[in-house]
Design a protein around this ligand. Structure first.
Ligand SMILES: [Zn+2]
Length: 295
């Protein structure tokens, strides 16, 4: 498997530095690793272009030792003829002694090796950073996915809540209906009045269950239009020829209505009923068109 260590070995190989004990392992790895093959090729190409413009950073001590060690052993010291080990050569240079002709090539090789090393370590660092970024991106994507799941769950819960609210409202309507039946529809003095639709709602139909003792009527109607938001249906009970406001109501989305009138006990038994379209909240005297009427 490819690793930073092989990248270091690739750099050494590009410099022509013997890999010693790692030689066989690297050769075997290089055969099957496109990354290292590309690195060796790149490093070989760029070795000549290496210059002092490279940003100086501290290379790993191990590789430095290795390069210097290989130089010291004479592996890369073309035309080395000065004799003596590396430290004595360096001492010679430091002492300001006239450098020998063979000095330049290995100094270049060492410098090139170190600069190449800087590039290798820098490249390896960039590679690691890229890898980190890639895994961070993957983690972020995973989190985003979880976020999406949570949003879906929240939406499902919201929907469930809406369904339960609708069931509750339905139960409340059902209770209210039974309550109305108990108080009005099932009173022994209940009277039934039919309401006819008027144009443009001639298909609308309604019935008023009226109980004088309860002083109220219950309107059951169907085929009513759903009105604009600012409008409402208003029930009128006629007494002495005059319309008395008896409450406002809305039709459900299917055009149905179950509505209990206001307390009208003060007017006795109404002569007739009508329903008009009025501003939401109702008015004291009818202004809109009659949609249902009957007696
Ligand atoms: Zn490799």
């Amino acid at each position: 498997m490819h690793s930073d260590r092989f990248e270091e070995l690739a750099a050494l190989r590009a410099l022509g530095i013997p890999l010693g004990a790692d030689e066989d392992e690297f050769a075997q790895h290089l055969e099957g690793c496109a990354t290292c093959q590309a690195l060796v090729a790149d490093f070989t190409d760029s070795a000549a272009a290496l210059s002092a413009t490279a940003t100086p950073v501290a290379p790993p001590a191990s590789l430095k030792t290795r390069i210097l060690g290989s130089l010291e052993s004479g592996a890369v010291s073309p035309r080395a003829s000065g004799g003596g080990d590396l430290s004595s050569r360096v001492k010679t240079a430091e002492a300001g002694a006239t450098p020998q002709r063979s000095f330049a090539p290995w100094v270049f090789a060492a410098a090139a090796g170190l600069l190449l090393l800087l590039l290798v370590t820098d490249d390896a660092r960039l590679r690691r950073e890229r890898e980190d970024l890639r895994s961070q991106t993957a983690a972020f994507r995973a989190q985003a996915g979880e976020g999406e799941d949570l949003r879906k769950q929240a939406a499902a819960l919201q929907q469930e809540k809406a369904n339960l609210s609708e069931k509750l409202r339905a139960a409340q309507r059902s209770l209210a209906r039974r309550d109305l039946q108990a108080r009005v529809v099932e009173s022994d003095d209940v009277q039934l009045l039919f309401l006819q639709g008027k144009a443009p709602q001639q298909r609308a139909r309604g019935r008023v269950f009226w109980s004088t003792r309860a002083g109220r009527g219950v309107v059951v109607a169907g085929n009513l239009s759903v009105l604009p938001a600012g409008k409402q249906y208003e029930l009128w009970a006629f007494s002495g020829g005059k319309p008395v406001p008896a409450g406002v109501f809305d039709a459900d989305t299917a055009g149905r209505v179950l509505f209990e009138s206001k307390d009208l006990s003060r007017i006795g038994t109404p002569e007739k009923f009508a329903v008009t379209v009025e501003p939401r909240g109702g008015v004291e005297a009818p202004t809109g068109p009659i949609v249902l009427a009957g007696s």
